[in-house]
Write a protein that binds this ligand. Sequence first.
Ligand code: GAR
Length: 187
Amino acid sequence: MRIVVLVSGTGSNLQAVIDAVQAKDLPVEIAAVGADRPGTYGVERAAAVGIPTFVVDFKQYGKRADWNAELTERTAAFEPDYVISSGFMRIVDQRFLDRFPNRYLNTHPALLPSFPGAHGVRDALAYGVKVTGCTVMIADAGIDTGPILSQAAVPVLEDDTEESLHERIKIQERALLIETLRDLALT
Ligand code: GAR
């Protein structure tokens, strides 16, 4: 199973996937890692282990559709079976989704459909939920919508900050992503 991973930032989930592949714990080939802006640590992590990388810089495109078209072509060039949005903080359009039908996965640090969007951890904390978690789903054209593939729960502690809670969620999120990819690779 070939995957392309898209990142916008730190890429700690990506690192977990890289580590699992290298440990032969995940029968997947990371064909490439792409980003929507230059200078992400995620791309750096990939380059450090010899994984091809590409950047389709959102800010260089006047029209979202043009950025989307380029992202679609650059991603498709690696012929992935699945594309993983791993902290990729951009919505892709129908053209991209049509190119990878049911093959574009996303992770989110909350138990969807609760707390979608860019601040899932902050919003859950602000609401006062006692349990939150993470979700892996098949992404569609909405913001953190689409069929849910897997979820894991994480209790919210009394003294949690957004950072401390997100760190604990990410531990579960990494394991969940790897487990979900393994299931897909073996079916
Ligand atoms: C992850 O927790 C991911 O679920 C979240 O961004 C973080 C990226 O971390 N994505 C979203 O909030 C999407 N709505 P990473 O760059 O260290 O892997």
